[in-house]
Design a protein around this ligand. Structure first.
Ligand code: BG6
Length: 488
């Protein structure tokens, strides 16, 4: 591999013993190293509050790495090289004098500071990096969630902006690092076939589903403050919507792409409290089953507060007020404890203007483009053909023209989203990262939904763990004469 050659850098991972770092970031750095992409001199500084022998913490990191990287990808040579790059430093991130040791370790090359910490300390870390002279050669990477509404996200972004210009700030939305999500850009803008059809003349509606099989599992404290709207819609699903709905950018530069995404977010039609009942469904799972075993409801999970009315499911209809999308609803749906893990976008094309086949087959009409983000990454275009056989006449059959990434590129492993994102930070390429104004417009749109819910004071609708959400989410789409793809 290694056609890309990266400059050497110091990668400072704040919050290195946290769940995200151990489960995703350290394995992603290891994979970059294993692929020969890291410069020989690149060092990784694992920074965390935990005191004690560095060796003990490094051993914990090594253990996590072996747990989270598939066994066949653990190569002793690569592991030894990776471990040699790792250093551990105990730090209180809000204590300025703790940064002197960091400055010494950081050397003089490019510094990448990755904040896998609560956003409340981002501003403090930035000020302290500046105080020891590290800010000038530093890029900062901010994990989500950045705030819990527009005002708090602005406060975090403003504190970071006191030290860092926007072109050195990399805000993570890990969905943008997924291979198939990046493929949306290629699919849409490298093929004229789709782009000519990509508007309200030809598309009737769009579905975006991000379903998770897991429940809350040990994250109740965080999740209960957020809920599914803040945790998933505000970022991942609105980013997917933007990539589907945006106009072609003039080039692939970060700002050209982000300018187009911002236009979409600005064009999202607000949903008033009066419209919420028709346009948005909030749900919360109750006890049910997953993979055939019983699982508790949200209010019975470990450390739960039995009075919580936080939603674990949201389905909504979003409308985009512009020339391209007028009258084309975007149905978004996301939830925990669904029957399967599935992220997929379905573009429903309109029926041909004049129908000449058997009346009972009319419901088959209308092509669908299915973009599967996970699992089984791939793209399928449902087309209608004639059923084969002398006995069949002009009977129609709907079947896929299919591109399965794992079958087609069998030898190539699909990298985890974080590998791509870390690689792009090291290259100084911002186009897979979210600009400040994108985050803010997304919050603005979500804030009005949250305010509406508060005004109405309605509890989320219960749904059984292991189901596709409350019945009201089916009604949301059938009311418009449609159904969720595959009648999931
Ligand atoms: C995170 C959310 O951003 O995305 C989690 O905070 C969620 O609640 C996760 O589980 C889903 O990511 P993926 O890549 O597993 O679909």
């Amino acid at each position: 591999m290694a056609a890309i050659k990266l400059e050497s850098c110091t990668f400072a991972l704040f919050g290195a013993l946290g769940d995200l770092a151990l489960r995703k970031l350290i394995p992603a750095l290891y994979q970059l190293d294993r692929a020969g992409l890291l410069h020989d001199d690149t060092r990784i500084l694992a920074l965390a509050r935990e005191a004690g022998e560095p060796q003990r913490h490094l051993a914990a990191i090594d253990q996590a790495l072996r747990l989270h990287v598939p066994a066949k990808e653990l190569e002793e040579g690569a592991l030894a090289r990776f471990q040699a790059r790792l250093h551990y430093l105990t730090m209180d991130f809000l204590q300025a004098d703790n940064y002197l040791a960091l400055a010494e370790l950081a050397g003089h090359d490019q510094l990448i500071a990755y904040f896998a910490t609560p956003a409340s300390v981002y501003g403090g870390i930035c000020a302290n990096l500046a105080a020891v002279g590290l800010a000038e050669r530093c890029r900062v990477v901010l994990e989500k969630p950045i705030g819990h509404d527009l005002a708090s996200s602005r406060a975090v972004n403003d504190a970071v902006a006191q030290v860092f210009a926007e072109n050195r700030v990399y805000r993570i939305d890990h969905y943008l690092g997924k291979e198939t999500v990046q493929n949306l850009i290629a699919l849409r803008f490298a093929n004229s076939l789709f782009e000519t059809q990509w508007n309200q003349n030809h598309i009737s509606h769009v579905e975006i589903t991000v379903a998770e099989k897991v429940g809350i599992e040990g994250r109740w404290g965080y999740f209960d403050q957020a809920g599914q709207l803040r945790d998933m819609i505000q970022n991942h699903l609105l980013q997917l919507l933007c990539l589907i709905a945006m106009d072609p950018p003039s080039d692939l530069s970060a700002d050209s792409i982000r300018d187009e995404k911002v236009k979409v977010l600005k064009a999202l039609e607000p949903i008033s409290a009066e419209q919420l009942g028709q346009r948005v469904v909030r749900g919360q799972y109750v006890a049910g089953s997953s993979d055939g075993r019983p699982v508790p409801g949200y209010l019975e999970e470990e450390n739960s507060n039995t009075q919580s009315d936080t939603e674990t499911f949201v389905a909504l209809r979003a409308d985009i007020r512009n020339w391209r999308w007028a009258g084309v609803p975007f149905y978004l749906r996301t939830g925990k404890r669904m029957p399967q893990k599935l992220s997929q976008i379905v573009i429903h094309f309109k029926a041909p203007p004049h129908y000449i086949f058997a009346p009972e087959q009319r419901q088959l009409i209308g092509n669908k483009l299915i973009i599967r983000l996970q699992p089984d990454e791939g793209i399928a275009l449902q087309v209608l053909t004639k059923d084969q056989g002398l006995d069949k006449g002009m009977q129609l059959r709907s079947g896929p023209l299919q591109l399965s990434f794992s079958d087609t590129y069998r030898s190539a492993r699909i990298p985890d989203a974080y590998e791509r994102l870390l690689l792009e930070v090291m290259r100084g390429n911002q186009n897979l990262f979210v600009r400040k104004d994108e985050i803010e417009y997304a919050w603005q749109w979500c804030d009005q939904l949250i305010a509406g819910w508060k005004q109405l004071g309605e509890a989320p609708k219960p749904y059984t763990a292991g189901s596709w959400g409350p019945m009201a989410s089916v009604a949301l789409i059938t009311r418009d004469g449609r159904s969720w793809y595959g009648d999931l």
